[in-house]
Design a protein around this ligand. Structure first.
Ligand code: NDP
Length: 284
């Protein structure tokens, strides 16, 4: 390892502490920031995510209301719950855990959220604000990536950034946030002709693909900063990212590991968005 290891666990803990301070200040004014978490069905991975979100929220002085619906819930039942949470004056943020069970339309559910409570930043209104360069709630993993870049002192203005992946959840919002920060952004995907060549020109590489160790060390320019969003489970049950870490770390100036890199930032940013939502709605 030659480059700096970006310790996402430590940076996320620092952000959660900042959020806790902001939440405590709101409570002193009788505003209790509150996140409603909606879990439909019994997907074990989703249940684990929801449990860790709930624990982190409580530790950050953010109230959590868990709403569990059975896998047999209908679209109408889910929409009715969202409408009820939209109306509830004590709820600041609504998180609908994705993916939803087959047969439920997640796009329709996201569109039904009150944009002022859309702390995942996935409502078209919030993605629109982000595209306009004046984000209200940025999606949590992309927001976490930007914080990591800031923490390592990345010079974004004028930097060449390559984002691999163009999903609405990760790749596209990261590319928009980087462009808003004056980076020159190339968004790559499965049809990109020369991915190693594109990546080699980059000062900043962000991989959000979902393919174990696809990005090799010799794709990375000397001194680049590398963020690995990917979470992949190998046949041996090990969790690895989209970047071949050991190889890439020989050339990168700074690089996130997987796990304990980008991952912990997602929940911390969700809590940050929730406290921001409470402040906007109720804090003046
Ligand atoms: P998606 O499957 O929605 O998107 C993957 C993207 O990668 C697509 O744009 C796809 O291109 C592109 N891609 C696929 N194969 C290749 C290839 N061979 N070369 C170049 N690009 C390729 O995934 P997500 O964006 O939702 O997630 C990406 C990864 O990030 C996953 O491993 C996921 O588990 C992880 N993740 C981690 C989070 C965290 O908190 N750390 C949060 C969310 C996700 P195309 O559009 O052409 O199909």
């Amino acid at each position: 390892m030659i480059g700096q290891l970006i310790d996402g666990t430590a940076i996320a803990a620092k952000l959660r502490a900042e959020v806790a301070t902001a939440a405590t200040a709101l409570r002193a004014r009788n505003i209790a920031p509150c996140l409603a978490v909606v879990l439909v069905g019994d997907d074990p991975a989703s249940a684990v995510y929801v449990r860790s979100k709930t624990k982190a929220a409580r530790e950050a002085n953010v109230d959590v209301r868990d709403h569990k619906l059975p896998a047999t819930a209908t679209q109408a039942e889910l929409m009715a719950l969202v409408a009820q949470l939209n109306r509830d004056p004590d709820v600041d943020g609504i998180l609908v855990q994705l993916p939803l069970p087959a047969g439920l339309d997640s796009d329709a559910v996201i569109r039904a959220l009150d944009p002022a409570k859309d702390v995942d930043g996935l409502h078209p209104v919030n993605l629109g604000y982000l595209a306009q360069g004046r984000p209200v709630f940025s999606p949590c993993t992309p927001k976490g990536c930007m914080r990591l870049l800031r923490e390592v002192g990345a010079e974004l203005s004028g930097a060449r950034a390559v984002v691999i992946g163009r999903s609405v959840l990760v790749g596209k919002p990261i590319a928009l946030l980087l462009a808003n920060a004056n980076a020159t952004v190339t968004m790559c995907h499965s049809k990109t002709r020369d991915l190693p060549g594109e990546t080699r020109r980059a000062d900043i590489v962000i991989a959000a693909v979902g393919r174990p160790e696809m990005v090799r060390g010799d794709w990375i320019a000397e001194g680049a900063i590398v963020l690995d969003v990917g979470i992949n489970r190998t046949a041996e049950g090990k969790i690895v990212g989209d970047v071949a870490f050991t190889e890439a770390a020989q050339r990168a100036r700074a690089i996130t590991p997987v796990p304990r890199g980008v991952g912990p930032m997602t929940i911390a940013c969700l809590l940050e968005n929730t406290v921001e939502a409470a402040t906007r709605r109720r804090g003046g």
